[in-house]
Write a protein that binds this ligand. Structure first.
Ligand code: FAD
Length: 463
């Protein structure tokens, strides 16, 4: 009897929560307030042995498994209904080897944790734009941050991982060890196992960097945007930029005549000397009358937290969709301007991101992520309040995204901004490319034949 009980219960060093337990509702809530799923069990793991035990338990009971890193996935993939949720938010340690310029990062860490530990040594690795986004989810589908121009995507700076696969085995993967698995996790998302530790390459940076953020009214029109496009053409190896459309809140940061008006921000970080960055990016700040200008030389960690207040966890309902653009012609800029002008929610953002530089240096078959030749990405980040406004905002997003499809770079999209992934296999096939997608399905069949990890942009195992 005792054996049977042990067989049916989960013994780990962290907490095990089931519906009704204190902390259960808090543990299942994530960044997007639309997500309200109820796992049968939540395992708050403290180490890789806890993860292995939880996976063995899930296997015995044939539960599907979702993985929570930073909880920021907009589609809410961290939480599942009626399965087991592995919660890694208690595993956030980061240790830096300053001499080797590497960092070991636990599977539930956020970018704030990584930046704090690495900047203590004057070092940094590309992360995202918001400090409380999880390292794991953001990295595993690529990872696009300010430093991509000089140092590439997050996956390009991953040296190895510790990963617990569906069979409960703790493995290391790198170019030298389990190389197929290492290839797959560089773009293939959370399909292949639970990553309990990442090893990243670090680079000297800052602490001071130049952050550029002049803000122009939407009715300044296309001319400044065309300048921004042409200006970046020979600087995408140093400048990571996004041109962000938003609506001004009633805030002391803006003159009252701009409250409620639509604007665009030419946000950019110079990945190098701050003084040089200030000089080089100055022209972006002189293109039209300014609504305001948040530019300045500042601590890299401050830059990494600047956008946090725009995106508080658990407050808003969200639906984000993206597509890579094959060019940003004058006509495409005009279409984007026209498209964003009808945004239904004042909390929504839409952005044009530049690529090129170090990101473009990696071959399409070198990582699962696929082709790197896209010069731009357009993301539509719809954010609103009230369930009664869901349909209006989702329909608007899908409509604009649909109209922009004819400018898309091979139908590809960034898998961290996929809406709800409604396009299924077609989305994955287009985004990874046929060869990479086939290889991913084979690797999935080897390491997760039962598709235990299916709450993600799901790669089904090859038959
Ligand atoms: C406010 C905000 C800002 C963002 N900014 C950026 C940005 O600047 N750049 C960018 O590239 N993306 C950005 N994103 C998108 C972000 O990368 C994705 O939402 C990503 O999924 C978040 O990762 P997470 O660990 O926080 O998510 P979670 O919701 O915890 O996890 C998402 C998925 O990742 C997988 N996963 C998580 N942890 C692990 C693990 N340890 N092992 C294996 N699989 C795991 C699982 O499949 C899980 O379902 C942003 C999102 C938000 C909400």
């Amino acid at each position: 009897m005792e054996n049977l009980e042990q067989e049916n219960s989960l013994q780990i060093t962290g907490n095990v929560l089931v519906p009704g337990n204190d902390g259960y509702d808090q543990a299942r809530s994530v960044w997007n307030a639309m997500i309200d799923r109820k796992p049968a069990l939540i395992a708050q793991c403290k180490n890789s042995q806890d993860v292995a035990a939880t996976l063995a338990f899930a296997g015995r009971h044939d539960y599907p498994v979702s993985i929570r890193g930073g909880g920021h996935n907009v589609a809410g993939h961290a939480v599942c209904d009626d399965g087991v949720m592995i919660d890694l938010s208690g595993m956030r340690g980061v240790s830096v080897d300053a001499e080797k310029r590497t960092a070991r990062v636990a599977g539930g860490a956020t970018w704030r944790d990584v930046d704090a530990a690495s900047q203590a040594h004057g070092l940094a690795t590309p992360g995202g734009l918001i400090s409380d986004t999880g390292v794991a989810g953001l990295t595993l589908s690529g990872g696009i941050g300010w430093l991509r121009s000089r140092h590439g995507l997050c996956i390009d700076n991953m040296l190895s991982v510790e990963i617990v696969t569906a069979d409960g085995q703790v493995r290391r993967a790198s170019e030298q060890e389990n190389a197929d698995l290492f290839w797959a996790v560089r773009g293939g998302g959370g399909n292949f196992g639970v990553i309990t530790e990442f090893e990243f390459q670090l680079y000297p940076l800052g602490p001071e960097v130049m952050f550029c953020a002049p803000i122009y009214a939407l009715d300044c029109g296309a001319e400044p945007i065309r300048f921004w496009r042409d200006f970046l053409a020979d600087k995408s190896d140093r400048i990571g930029s996004l041109l962000e459309f938003s609506t001004v809140a009633e805030s002391e940061d803006f003159p009252p005549e701009y409250w409620g008006k639509q604007v665009y921000t030419m946000a950019a970080v110079y990945a190098g000397d701050a003084e040089e960055g200030e000089r080089v990016m100055q022209p972006l700040r002189e293109l039209a009358p300014l609504a305001t200008d948040f530019s300045g030389r500042m601590d890299y960690r401050e830059v990494q937290q600047l956008f946090d207040t725009l995106m508080p966890a658990g407050q808003f309902r969200c639906y984000w969709k993206s597509l890579y653009l094959s060019s940003l012609t004058d006509a495409v800029i005009d279409e984007i301007l026209e498209g964003v002008s009808s945004v239904p929610s004042p909390n929504s953002l839409s952005s044009i991101w530049n690529f090129g530089g170090a990101t473009a240096q990696v071959a399409a078959d070198a990582t699962a992520f696929g082709d790197r030749s896209m010069p731009w990405m357009f993301s539509i980040d719809s954010v609103w309040e009230g369930a009664e406004n869901d349909a209006t905002n989702i329909d608007w997003t899908r409509d604009l995204w649909g109209r922009m499809q004819r400018h898309s770079h091979g139908g590809r999209m960034y898998l961290n901004f996929p809406g709800q992934g409604e396009e299924g296999d077609k989305l994955l096939q287009d985004t990874f490319g046929s060869d990479n997608f086939r290889k991913l399905r084979e690797i999935k069949a080897k390491y997760d034949p039962d598709n235990r990890f299916r709450f993600n942009q799901n790669i089904r195992p090859a038959a």
